[in-house]
Design a protein around this ligand. Structure first.
Ligand code: CTP
Length: 458
């Protein structure tokens, strides 16, 4: 059903002129071949949600081209992308042949900045079995929209003009009504069985937009999770990596967003953390830990050199049994350093729990802890008893940054012959500084004179 009255007013004025120009060119190219071109998905949703006077700068644009094409190898979408590439020689074109989709990518372009345009060929995506990758069959725009996740993402505007010159909104599944009543609703009962990562998307959109997951949709989520959909999907080995890639992408989206904590709670309340691991549950302790890690990162990584979303995920994984942690991280395709960190966490924790309480001097604390990088220290801290956590805090806030008043160059200037003993001398100096025996350069020199009396003999 189209809503002639629901034409997006002033679509042209609401987009950046450069983006509008690109859409017009794409529409002309399509029209000249007798095809229809549609703007679909998030762009329409966001345009309808925003104030009508508000301009939108789209970061990604989803287009669907609907038209008969002579060649079975290149769908209409690919052909259209190729013709746009001729108009924009700086663009990168990626073709995903099997799905007849093309992506045009601009990177820091002087005109279009960083923009991603996906062009799909209208098709029915049917899933031969749950969580399989979609297989492709040319079909109409309605079927293309039907394979999408939620009604609010299944709206389209036809860019190839009708006789009246209007750009009609296509709303086959009640998306407009759901936008107005702020509901996340799937298009059919099997949606989450076909793609369980949509559960994460439902949560993401609900929290981000302040929408409600419509009760029937919520029941589908619970049913999918209780029926073990994710484990079943993963057991199809050939599909598992693609599914895990999508899950990781959704986790990243959620955990790096400002609303990550509400989303995580909602995921947990829907039982959806089971997708990460069947035993994972956001109980009070884990909830406290993920919030605590934020405080530590704010304090010790204010310039965000670490990936904070990934640290939040690592906290969740660190809560699993030690022998599970690294395997789950690997399945989620986390970077090697993260997998290794989780692998090494248990022995590191054991070592620190055993040795730290016995340290008497700051230098002993530093000697014990300086082998660990910040992410490991943070993961250890949030799981440690309070007394240990305090020492880790003290180490990071105070002792880790203390330096001896003299360095290697100074030793050289003092006449000590460079060699392996420098390490020992500098360590001794640092220990004496940490333990308060040396305050300044003069005291450091006196310390050296006492312990290493004849520089030239070294
Ligand atoms: N989609 C889907 N199922 C998925 C992922 C995506 O049906 N597992 C569909 C959705 O209809 C979505 C479109 O593919 O609108 C494009 O996906 P994406 O770019 O991730 O979504 P946007 O709606 O553009 O979201 P965002 O605003 O967060 O970019």
């Amino acid at each position: 059903m189209t809503h002639p009255q629901a034409i997006i007013p002033n679509l042209r004025d609401r987009l950046a002129p450069t983006q509008w120009k690109l859409l017009s060119q794409a529409a002309q190219e399509a029209q000249s071949r007798g095809w229809n071109l549609y703007l679909v998905g998030g762009a329409i949703r966001d345009l309808l949600l925003a104030d009508a006077s508000q301009k939108l700068l789209l970061k990604d644009i989803d287009l669907v081209v609907d038209g008969f094409h002579r060649s079975a190898d290149t769908g209409a979408g690919v052909t259209l992308a190729q013709s746009l590439q001729k108009l924009y020689p700086n663009v990168r074109l990626d073709v995903h042949g099997a799905f007849q989709t093309a992506a045009l990518l601009w990177h820091n372009d002087p005109v279009l900045d960083s923009l991603w345009v996906d062009i799909a060929t209208a098709r029915t995506e049917f899933y031969p079995y749950p969580a399989a990758n979609p297989e492709v069959e040319a079909s109409s725009i309605r079927q293309d929209l039907y394979r999408r996740d939620f009604t609010i993402n299944a709206l389209a505007v036809r860019l190839t003009t009708s006789r009246s010159g209007e750009l009609p909104l296509l709303d086959f599944f009640g998306g407009l009504l759901d936008l107005r009543s702020r509901q996340i609703r799937v298009l059919h009962a099997n949606s989450f069985i076909e793609d369980p990562t949509r559960i994460y998307r439902a949560v993401r959109f609900a929290v981000r937009l302040g929408f409600e997951i419509e009760p029937q949709t919520e029941a589908y989520i619970r049913y999918a999770m209780e029926s073990g959909v994710y484990e079943r999907s993963l057991s199809q080995n050939d599909k598992a990596p693609a599914l895990q890639t999508r899950l990781k992408a959704e986790l990243k989206h959620i955990l790096q967003a400002p609303y990550w904590n509400r989303a995580l709670q909602l995921l947990a309340s829907l039982g959806a953390l089971r997708c990460i691991h069947p035993t994972l549950d956001l109980n009070e302790t884990l909830w406290w830990q993920v919030r605590l890690v934020d405080r530590w990162l704010r304090r010790f990584d204010p310039t965000r050199r670490l990936e904070h979303w990934q640290m939040r995920l690592e906290v969740l994984l660190a809560y699993l049994a030690p022998e599970e942690r690294a395997a789950v991280a690997e399945n989620l395709q986390l970077p090697l350093d993260s997998i290794e960190r989780l692998q090494q966490l248990a022995p590191a924790q054991a070592q620190v729990l055993k040795s730290l309480p016995n340290t008497k001097r700051p230098s002993e604390v530093v000697w014990l802890l300086r082998q660990y990088k910040l992410p490991t220290l943070v993961l250890m801290a949030i799981q440690a008893p309070r007394s240990i956590r305090r020492m880790l805090w003290k180490y990071l806030t105070t002792w880790a940054d203390i330096q001896a008043p003299l360095n290697g160059n100074d030793l050289k200037k003092l006449g000590y012959k460079p060699g392996p003993q420098y390490r020992e001398m500098l360590d001794k100096l640092l220990a004496a500084t940490l333990d308060g025996m040396i305050q300044d350069e003069a005291e450091a020199k006196a310390f050296l004179a006492k312990h290493y009396p004849s520089p030239s003999k070294l």
